[in-house]
Design a protein. Structure first.
Length: 195
């Protein structure tokens, strides 16, 4: 997350007490994240609407192993599980890509379908790699409101990391029914030179 803390939000006393004991983890376009302890974080949002949308997604995905559990929320904050591990893009840069990660990405997209997401996509920086190459989504956005029918941003990120061909090779072996479509769509996208 980038440093972006130039806004003020009035929070209730309970949240302010929690924040006094927290450790800053990072900030991004939509808010700031603090560690409450090694099991929970609190995310403070700039905008009420963004907070409500993220909470709505996390509420609908509460039975999924790919999303953190939520413990509390308000107009401008969510308290949820701390997600350990390493960001997917950083992990690949340090340790490379492997078939187990590819397999788990395929399972994640299948889970998106099970959850009736309209957006079957995620950015590499919004996925964390944990023990046994498990994946957890940390920043769900527009999953029910935006229509993306294949993992475009994910594959674009894998391409930048030099892992796209290896990923698609695993897709071809495990899900030949979607391989042709995904491969065609990402090649068209990349050939257009869209940045």
């Amino acid at each position: 997350m980038s440093k972006n803390s130039d806004y003020y939000i009035e929070l209730n006393n309970k949240v302010e007490k929690i924040l006094k004991k927290c450790e800053f983890l990072g900030s991004g376009h939509n808010g700031i994240v603090y560690s409450i302890n090694n099991k929970k974080v609190i995310k403070i949002f700039k905008y009420k609407k963004v907070c409500q949308k993220e909470y709505s997604i996390l509420k609908k995905t509460k039975d999924s192993k790919y999303f953190p559990d939520v413990y509390d929320w308000g107009d401008y904050y969510i308290i949820r599980d701390y997600v350990g591990g390493e960001r997917l893009d950083k992990y690949i840069k340090k340790k490379g890509f492997n078939k187990k990660i590819a397999h788990n990405i395929i399972k994640l997209i299948k889970e998106f379908e099970r959850l009736h997401f309209n957006k079957l996509d995620i950015r590499c920086k919004d996925l964390y790699v944990g023990k046994n190459f498990s994946l957890t989504v940390i920043d769900p956005k527009n999953n029910y409101s935006k229509n993306v029918i294949y993992p475009r941003h994910l594959m674009k990120g894998l391409n930048k990391l030099g892992a796209l061909d290896e990923f698609l090779s695993v897709v071809k072996d495990e899900k030949p029914d979607v391989y042709e479509f995904w491969n065609l769509k990402i090649r068209e996208y990349l050939d257009k030179g869209i940045k």
